[in-house]
Write a protein that binds this ligand. Sequence first.
Ligand code: TXA
Ligand code: MG
Length: 343
Amino acid sequence: MKIYDFKNGINDNDLKEIKEIILNDGILVIPTETVYGIGANIYSDIAINKIFSAKGRPNDNPLIVHVSDLSMLDEIVSEIDLVSRKLIDNFWPGPLTIIFPKKDNISNLITANLDTVGVRMPANEIACKIIDYCHVPLAAPSANVSGKPSGTNVVDIYDELFERVDAIVDGGKTDIGIESTVVKVIDGIVHILRPGKVTKEDFIKIGLEVSEDNVNRKVTKDEKVLSPGMKYKHYAPNAETILVYSKDNHKMVKEINRLILENGSKKVVVIVSLLNKDKYNADTLIMGDDLSSVSQNIFSLLREADRMNPDLIIIEGVVSEKIGSAIMNRLIKACSHNYIELE
Ligand code: TXA
Ligand code: MG
């Protein structure tokens, strides 16, 4: 396992080695603007299978394909409707995955036997350079063992994946910190399957009709869903986790202090905003002081909380606006719906 340090620039010799890995059925961790991915050549079933075993991922959960230009998109999708075309024009490269009807050259392993494929063009120089240089689209799920928070920095990822991948490309801490928005256009309407940095408001702003019916729904294991990833346990720390939110900060702090008292004999870690860092009689981890910092830090903090070996993790919720709704979507999953929302 080799680590390529691209934090201060891309090295051409390293690129050649990376290409060798990709074109010889290897898998490697690459940075994107959202979270790190475990990348593999979409045309190598051997490599795709390695991704599923590295993550311990159920094989009915499809992978996202990453392209660096639109000719690669044409290579793998059979049709691009007008609304999807508008999404591409407005949001690519960027943190938006669009589900398209797939061409037959896309392996059923990638799409989990669906007739569609999720594609995005990342806004990350290193990712695009690697895809471009290797001349093949890369399938890349988030870099984490299935069920754990997505990897957003190489230290976290190394701990979890070093024996399971052929290489790691270090591009520093990821910008956004949570995964791309996933959408599927059905009859001209943009259905959000997973919220992210690109929000409902962004779609409405460019005149599109949006449905969020598929977000934050609690899904039973055998239910047929638009996005298979939704039914799995996700982002979960090892310790029991409770999420608390109120628009009224005072009420939220009061409720969390009540929970700390009630769990007096337990070791508690609270993940808090900068504003509330001194308000709890427990260990705290600070998420930051605005939604962008919370989004950037949250997955790494969930892991750090676990490393402190607590019996209970309490997380302060955030306002569900802009990227806040995507953060809350991940946190509600992280706490397995153990969510206290106060007026
Ligand atoms: O930001 C991201 O999207 C990151 C980076 C690495 O690009 N990738 C990522 O991949 O989050 P992953 O595999 O962890 O999540 C992919 C999600 C899953 O929930 C999956 O079910 C859904 O996208 N998905 C993929 N292909 C799909 C398809 N054809 N139809 C419906 N949902 C799909
Ligand atoms: Mg994932």
